[in-house]
Write a protein that binds this ligand. Sequence first.
Ligand code: FES
Ligand code: FE2
Length: 377
Amino acid sequence: MELATTLTSQTVQNAIREIGINPDYWYPVGWANKLQPGHIMPVTIWKQAIAVFRDTGGKLHALEDACAHKGVALHKGQIQGKHLLCPYHGWEFNGAGQCVKIPYLPETHKLPCAQVRSYPVCEKYNLIWVFPGDASLATSIPLPEVPEFDDPDCLMVPIPAHFQAHFTICNENTMDVFHGFLHKNLQGWFDPVLTSLKTTESSVHADYRVSYKGVMTKILGLSDRGDEVTTRTVSLHYQYPHYHSSLEGVSSLYLMRSPMGAAETKSFTLMFLRLNLPKWLVQPFKPLISAYVWRFLFSKFLDQDIEMMESEQRTYSNNPQRRYVEINPAIIALQKVMMRQYEQYRRKTLSSQLSGNQQEESLSLSEAISSGRVESS
Ligand code: FES
Ligand SMILES: [Fe+2]
């Protein structure tokens, strides 16, 4: 559906900062090359603590990070072959989460039925992905497509980030191209104009026209001359729960979000650049250039964004009743998608758990929250 791009005043209702995720998607939890065989990585996806481990054969597994015996964190344990051993009494769990051995139980005794939840897990684009929702859906839900990953002409810059802010605040920051003001001292973009806005049940697509000027425009291949204003289109595509943004064939950004809790979010970003530098110079030094571009250029943008997002979160946490005004329709469209996804999941969970009157009551509560969420003023 095509939406109007006119900037109009909207009052944002704060229920958006209280929503949870729809877990029936793949979420990134860490860089795959950082988890060696025989090691365990503790991760959190929306309040679920998960122990991801790579067995000695190199295969990944993801188990609930709480032992079936006494709830001790399994990520403190150790790997033996294909199994994870709890640090407390050494109970041994396989990749499916079944307890397959208790070291002090005589072999003649039957093992108790002790099981921890296991999660679908995979690796792609040097990222580890976990599916925290209904495991039976995992194979039918695709991972984001990142075609540049194998493109030898692209320089890939992996960008990890960790914010003390609700994921909706982080997602709004990405959709909000009007905040170029914040980055003006870094030769960021200026004069943004929202030119197109489309939405579906699970996505928002926004095009903005933006201008650049300065030496960076030359290095990034935006223009042959840094001293002139160059105007380009930035396209942002939010396909719940992740982003892809591109700058007219010059750069591409895959921004994978990993909400951890009510005021904590991680993201794993893959940025691809087609640098305006000779290939013979770029090719042998790709990892070095990538680290340099990140450290001395984009990390500064990110630091400025983090400061803003965490400030926004603190104000919200101190006074959840406070009202805010938004004028960018792309932000409102984004909020609606995030809210809709959460509500869809809530409805699905409620209908499978409750029956009759109980279900009616809970759904009408959910509708009441949802109907007062965003109002035109
Ligand atoms: S708490 Fe894990 S083995 Fe006892
Ligand atoms: Fe920014």
